[in-house]
Design a protein around this ligand. Structure first.
Ligand SMILES: Nc1ncnc2c1ncn2[C@@H]1O[C@H](COP(=O)(O)OP(=O)(O)OP(=O)(O)O)[C@@H](O)[C@H]1O
Ligand SMILES: [Mg+2]
Ligand SMILES: [Zn+2]
Length: 363
């Protein structure tokens, strides 16, 4: 069975989510027949860089250029589009710089770049993990970019833009891929779940999205894993996979903290232990949660960035708690929780430092 994240790789810019600005620029360039010789696509994992690189290859080589000029999209019906989608196109060369390191490959690349495309109009080189290239490789690339051969497009994709030499970056069109907002990920997961006839609640999808840190591939993989484990996945099954406490549990802990309710706090700790959950992670999540509530108290503008990272339930709760907390007390508790975190990781009784921190501050 094909993994969901491969099955649902966008075949057009219209299907790409969260990168509207970049998508619009590529479509316009395609309509005007003005693709560049070189691109640098950079940004976090699983946000669409390789996907877009293949879309560019299709724009350049689609046999129905009338369609491309009209729609700014590949036709997805011709032989070239099909071959590129299937990864069988001779003239679209993908190099994983993380595995094919070194001068040799790039020396091959240099020669290969000089050879005209064999069956398509454009030869497209996609260098993934480009930050892994070596000095000699960069020099070879630079020479090519200084006098780019006709009908050649070089696309560098990387998660680490700072490692791309300025001499290279300045000769390419650069596109920053952003983390994908949580609710956008949820919508995409809903769409996939419907198509795959997976029954999964909005709560669970939100939790999956919140655990993926803005990366859609991670979210789709997680959905895959969760549904393999269970026909009707719940929050607990996601918690088990990601080793991360769900929003409800963290909020319950925070409620106990705000209410100075030691018994309730200890109950939450006992509860997650009984459920086989990871107690170190619960502490960590609580730290992150309280830090957000504290920060929001002093900078209300943070709400808009939290919106892209938190579930609706978490955001509402962080806001309420941010208004209710005594900042000085929360700062003290945070310090203890952080100290407890370090102790917990090496302790045979990880719950003890956590409990002591709670009792000390809430008791
Ligand atoms: N912006 C997006 N819109 C729609 N689907 C996406 C997007 N980004 C990622 N995906 C999904 O995740 C999968 C992997 O995306 P892709 O290979 O393009 O990520 P990447 O940015 O190249 O990641 P990496 O840095 O790890 O190489 C796609 O096949 C698709 O299912
Ligand atoms: Mg990639
Ligand atoms: Zn086509």
């Amino acid at each position: 069975m094909l993994a969901l994240y491969r099955k649902y790789r966008p075949k057009s810019f219209a299907e790409l989510v969260g990168q509207e600005q970049a998508a619009e620029i590529f479509r316009n360039a395609a309509r005007q027949g003005k693709l560049a010789h070189a691109y640098v696509l950079y940004g976090p994992r699983g946000t669409g860089k390789t996907t877009v690189a293949r879309l560019i290859a299709k724009l350049a080589n689609c046999l129905s250029q009338d369609h491309v000029k009209k729609e700014g999209e590949p036709c997805n019906a011709c032989a070239a589009c099909a071959e590129i989608d299937a990864g069988r196109a001779m003239d679209v060369i993908e190099i994983d710089a993380a595995s094919n390191r070194g001068i040799d490959e790039i020396r091959d690349l240099k020669e290969s770049i000089r050879v005209s495309p064999s069956s398509y109009t454009h030869k497209v080189f996609i260098v993934d993990e480009a930050h892994m290239l070596t000095g000699a490789a960069w020099n070879a690339l630079l020479k090519t970019l200084e006098e780019p051969p006709e009908r050649t497009i070089i696309i560098l994709a990387t998660t680490e833009y700072e490692k791309i030499p300025a001499t290279i970056a300045s000769r390419a069109q650069r596109f920053h891929f952003k983390k994908i907002p949580l609710q956008t990920i949820v919508l995409k997961l809903k769409e996939i779940a419907a198509k795959e006839k997976i029954s999964v609640s909005d709560d669970v999808l939100e939790f999956i999205a919140a655990s993926s840190d803005g990366g859609l591939r991670d979210a789709e993989s997680l959905l895959d894993q969760v549904t393999v484990l269970s026909d009707a996945p719940d929050i607990a099954s996601v918690e088990a996979i990601v080793g991360r406490a769900g929003a409800k549990r963290v909020i319950a802990c925070a409620n106990a903290v705000i209410a100075h309710d030691v018994a309730a706090a200890l109950e939450q700790i006992a509860d997650i232990q009984a459920a086989g959950g990871n107690i170190v992670d619960l502490n960590k999540e609580l730290i992150i949660y309280l830090r957000r509530a504290l920060a929001l108290r002093f900078d209300p503008m943070l709400e808009s960035s939290f919106k892209d990272e938190l579930t609706k339930e978490e955001l509402a709760s962080v806001k309420a708690h941010s208004a209710a907390i005594d900042p000085q007390k929360v700062i003290e508790l945070l310090k203890s929780l952080i100290r407890a975190y370090t102790e917990m990781r090496y302790s045979p009784f990880p719950h003890v430092p956590f409990e002591v921190a709670m009792i000390e501050h809430l008791g």
